[in-house]
Design a binder for this molecule. Structure first.
Ligand SMILES: *Cc1c(COP(=O)(O)O)cnc(C)c1O
Length: 341
């Protein structure tokens, strides 16, 4: 029986076509900016988001950390939602790397509004941190894959311009959002000072994220990448996977969303599941009740070679991705039904 991994879209492995493309990459020493494939990926990323430059980094954690480092000084403050990856899952790096505080906001569906942000910009006093940056996440992982539309982002961009705040997008799953809103990467780029995009989630590359912004920002970012130990040598083999992903794996994200919809629909009919949270992207959250605990439910799935993880005591997360095909989704649906009997 084939293992089905619903733990995360980070689980994707390179397809044979992607591997072949990687093997044929022309490479050089990227610390000297002499890797043509890395350069090509950075150029493509910048162009897609209508920005001047981009930087290939080993992880999305690094791209976010570098963005915070570039946009702030110690004793500054960054406004973001309490669900943000930069707060939840980056080891407190904002404090370690940049010496900044976060001001955490709550908001429905893991999102924040311009009004909320405006109400939390600090007045300037010696005893307060200086508000310097706002970070949005799109889609919002910890909210269950909810997403912002440009209509929601526009007033935030406007406010940040007026108040001289840098606006960063943690767009680890930005393509999952855009495939639903039918908005363009260029438009997204025009609304942010910096953008982080994961190549290793739903897009299917084994490693890597792009940090995208203007020339001066990326020049500074390159120095911070080096000091964080992220200067890579013949990284073109990895960048090739990113190029392949951007060329081939974007429109198919629709399939992941359709698969997640099937799982959400099935769960809505199960006696052991409630509070099913599904925003139309590739993530489904639900609470376990009745005959299962989160642990016993996960154990039941495990016996059918289906992998998932609990988030907290009773919440389960399913994530669909490139390595979960429609046959696998049918098998998961069968198992979910069988577990109800
Ligand atoms: C996965 C993810 C990242 C980056 O994670 P890495 O594992 O460091 O690449 C950043 N932000 C969000 C919202 C994510 O889901």
């Amino acid at each position: 029986m084939e293992t089905i991994n619903l733990v995360s879209d980070t689980a994707t492995k390179p397809s044979s076509a992607m591997l072949e493309y990687m093997m044929q990459a022309e490479v050089g020493d990227d610390v000297f900016r002499a890797d043509p494939t890395v350069n090509a990926l950075e150029e493509l990323g910048a162009k897609k988001f209508n920005k001047e430059a981009a930087l290939f980094c080993p992880s999305g954690t690094m791209t976010n950390q570098i963005a915070i480092k570039c946009h702030t000084q110690p004793l500054d403050e960054v406004i973001c939602h309490a669900y943000s990856h930069i707060y939840q899952y980056e080891t407190g790096g904002y404090a370690f790397n940049s010496g900044v505080a976060l001001q955490l906001l709550n908001g429905e569906h893991g999102k924040i509004t311009a009004e909320q942000i405006e109400a939390h910009i600090r007045p300037v006093y010696d005893w307060l941190p200086l508000t310097k940056m706002v970070s949005l996440e799109n889609t919002v992982n910890k909210a269950g894959g909810s997403y912002y539309t440009l209509d929601e982002i526009r007033p935030i961009t406007q406010l940040c311009k007026e108040r001289k705040l840098k606006l960063h997008l943690d767009g680890a799953r930005i393509y999952n959002a855009l495939i639903e809103t039918n908005e363009s990467t260029q438009d997204v780029g025009n609304h942010f000072d910096s953008i982080s995009v994961c190549l290793s989630k739903g897009l299917g590359a084994p490693v890597g994220s792009l940090l995208i912004g203007d020339h001066d920002f990326i020049t500074q970012a390159r120095r911070f990448r080096k000091v964080m130990g992220g200067g890579m040598r013949q990284a073109g083999y990895l960048a090739a996977a990113g190029l392949y992903a951007l060329e081939n794996n974007i429109t198919r994200l629709k399939e992941d969303h359709a698969h997640a919809a099937l799982l959400a629909d099935c769960l809505k009919q199960r006696s052991y599941a409630d509070n099913i949270l599904f925003y139309g992207t590739n993530i489904v959250f639900f609470d376990i009740s009745g005959k299962y605990t989160a642990d016993s439910f996960i154990e039941g799935l495990d016996q059918e070679q289906i992998k998932a993880v609990p988030l907290g005591k009773k919440t389960i997360r399913f994530v669909t991705h490139l390595d979960v095909d429609s046959h696998m989704v049918s098998r998961v649906v069968d198992v979910l039904e069988k577990m109800d009997s």
